[in-house]
Design a protein around this ligand. Structure first.
Ligand code: ADP
Ligand code: ZN
Length: 203
């Protein structure tokens, strides 16, 4: 099964992608995670995208399409994958048509005021990528690997607003682009409740 997750930053795509990946045994391809790894490793690409990501802007299409094309050619993607954070522009969506045939597109919906709350209280593990909300933590340490959690630079309030604008302008047009394979789920409840809606649709 080849799935795309669409949705604003902070709508819960990453959490949902992890659940889908586990349940259906397909890899989660998160362009955001891939870029963050490049930044951490200080690779050539990492140096190029660091300041772009910190500002909340999008990495150029050519660069993004290239890394996705490369990743999807790997053997573990043969039977399916879940794209989390790609495509994010119409040109990326058009490029993807020439790379792979997508089966389903899931739009994760959430009101902007809840998004802003959730992003501001999000903490991530720089080591294993696990995502937490401040409210579920007693101390800011990863429950899986014990690393100290961090707040992503782009989860700071000034940048959140910019990311939401970028989403509206560049990514939301993909909702129409995929109208024939799109299903909407609401992520205003718990992660499990959101996942139940997805399962009902995919099974
Ligand atoms: P979120 O969905 O929470 O905004 P991501 O982890 O998906 O966060 O992305 C973080 C940043 O990585 C984006 O703000 C952007 O700079 C870059 N990025 C990720 N995916 C793409 C993409 N498909 N196209 C361009 N830039 C991307
Ligand atoms: Zn961890």
């Amino acid at each position: 099964m080849k799935i795309i997750l669409l949705g604003a930053p902070g709508s819960g795509k990453g959490t949902l992608a992890k659940k889908i990946s586990k349940e259906y045994n397909i890899p989660q391809i998160s362009t955001g995670d891939m870029f963050r790894t490049c930044v951490k490793e200080e690779s050539e690409l990492g140096k190029k995208v660091k300041s772009i990501m910190e500002s909340g802007a999008l990495v150029p299409d050519e660069v993004t399409i290239e890394i996705v094309k490369d990743r999807l050619s790997k053997v573990d993607c043969k039977n399916g994958f879940i794209l989390d954070g790609f495509p994010r522009t119409i040109s990326q969506g058009e490029a993807l048509e020439n790379i792979s045939q997508i089966d389903k597109v899931i739009l994760v919906e959430l009101d902007n005021d809840i998004i802003i709350d959730r992003l501001s209280s999000r903490r991530t593990c720089p080591n294993c990528g696990e995502i937490y909300s401040l409210s579920e933590l007693e101390n800011e340490v990863c429950k899986k690997c014990n690393s100290n959690l961090i707040q992503r630079d782009d989860d700071k309030p000034e940048t959140i607003k910019h990311r939401l604008e970028v989403y509206e302008k560049s990514t939301a047009p993909l909702i129409n682009f995929y109208s024939d394979k799109l299903v909407k789920v609401s992520s205003s409840g718990t992660p499990e409740e959101t996942f139940e809606q997805v399962k009902a649709f995919l099974n």
